[in-house]
Ligand binder design. Structure first.
Ligand SMILES: [Zn+2]
Ligand SMILES: [Zn+2]
Length: 380
């Protein structure tokens, strides 16, 4: 397929093109340059490239006082080999858009075109293609980039497709929408010994056993009425060698909470547990954090704005009682002012995101574009 053009090709063609050339988090160089090329064709007032590495934004500025709105999507794909067989399947071995960010990009590019055709009467509209969502680094890095001051908006909006839900259903709530989460990597270090004389070394065995139980108990120590979870995802110790008593052990767990405050408490008591346990057994210890996501918190008024727009577009709306347990880094952007993110039903028979057989439902492209455009139309 040759490069589709935003002015002459369909948004589905664009989605299929992006699908063929997926790039991993932080490496979305060709994707970003294609997006920038297409935005150029729409003649916005400003295009900003290189935000937090590969991020791209377009600004449509009325030049008249008014609100600023930001609509965000993600550039990155996943290190997953997809197993579907489409004419537009990924050409990059072991990498694929198994989260549907190709679809989100098509939606937001479609929105940019609709805004270019009907420019804001007041205020400004900002379109953001953000890098590295999957690692949780992208949105935080965008906010930390000095360029962010040029795109910081009064209200921020984003969606995520959600398969196995009715097609086009807008699923939303005020308050926490996605949980905070982070990976905890604990390393313990003692000293090896001959397996016949283990008492001459320092084994992490008992400390590891104690920590496996201890981390599972951490949520019980958080006195808050909200979801708090610790999931052990991996552990190992020593070498596969019957002659050697081990020196090193590693434990990895995913921490998950509804609020950022609870996450801070969980992190603090987790650190204490590791340090105390290591000390008790005369071991060295370290903790590393990975895949750090803040909670994504929805503003009540922005949620109402999404609901109103969805209704105008004829989509059904479902308010959920509890936040989704999965994480999304949009919260870092909405926390700079306010905003709302919603899950967008991808159709009952579509496989779950991050699965090898997942595929983005193209029917969502126009529907998503229309909801965002309606929000834009009502506010600007
Ligand atoms: Zn994902
Ligand atoms: Zn995603």
């Amino acid at each position: 397929m040759c490069k589709p053009n935003i002015n002459t090709n369909s948004l589905t063609d664009i989605r299929h093109y992006l699908h063929q050339y997926p790039e991993l988090s932080g490496q979305e160089i060709n994707t970003a340059s294609y997006i920038a090329e297409q935005l150029q064709l729409l003649a916005p007032d400003n295009i900003i490239q290189g935000i937090a590495g590969t991020g791209v934004a377009a600004i449509f500025d009325s030049g008249v006082e008014g609100k600023s709105l930001l609509f965000r999507c993600e550039l990155d794909a996943l290190p997953i080999q997809s197993i579907h067989n489409k004419p537009y399947s990924s050409k990059h071995l072991g990498i694929s858009h198994q989260c549907g960010h190709d679809g989100h990009m098509a939606i937001i590019l479609g929105l940019a075109k609709a805004i270019a055709d009907k420019r804001p009467k007041r205020g400004k509209a900002i379109i953001l293609f953000q890098p590295a969502e999957e690692t949780g680094e992208g949105a935080r890095d965008v906010v930390a980039d000095p360029l962010f001051s040029q795109i910081q908006a009064n209200e921020n909006y984003a969606l995520h497709n959600l398969p196995q839900q009715p097609l086009g259903e807008v699923i939303i709530r005020s308050g926490t929408f996605n949980c905070a989460s982070r990976g905890m990597i604990v390393r313990l270090l003692g000293r090896t010994a001959h397996a016949a004389y283990p008492e001459t070394g320092i084994s992490p065995q008992m400390a590891l056993a104690q920590l496996l139980q201890g981390v599972a108990d951490l949520p019980n120590q958080i006195k808050r009425q909200e979801l708090v979870m610790v999931t052990v995802v991996h552990c190992d110790m020593g070498e596969v060698a019957f002659g050697t008593a081990p020196a090193a052990a590693c434990l990895m767990a995913t921490l998950r909470t509804e609020s950022n405050e609870a996450m801070q408490e969980l992190v603090d008591i987790g650190k204490n547990l590791v340090e105390d346990t290591a000390k008790q057994y005369n071991l060295q210890s370290s903790i590393e954090w990975s895949d750090v996501f803040d909670a994504s918190v929805n503003d009540e008024q922005c949620v109402q704005q999404v609901i109103d727009a969805a209704k105008v577009c004829g989509e059904s709306v479902r308010l959920i009682d509890e936040p989704f347990r999965w994480s999304e880094d949009f919260g870092a952007i909405s926390a700079t002012s306010k905003g709302a993110m919603f899950a967008f039903g991808g159709g009952e028979n579509f496989p779950q995101i991050h699965n090898q057989d997942y595929i983005f439902n193209d029917e969502l492209i126009e529907k998503g574009r229309n909801i965002f455009f309606e929000i834009y139309r009502q506010l600007l």
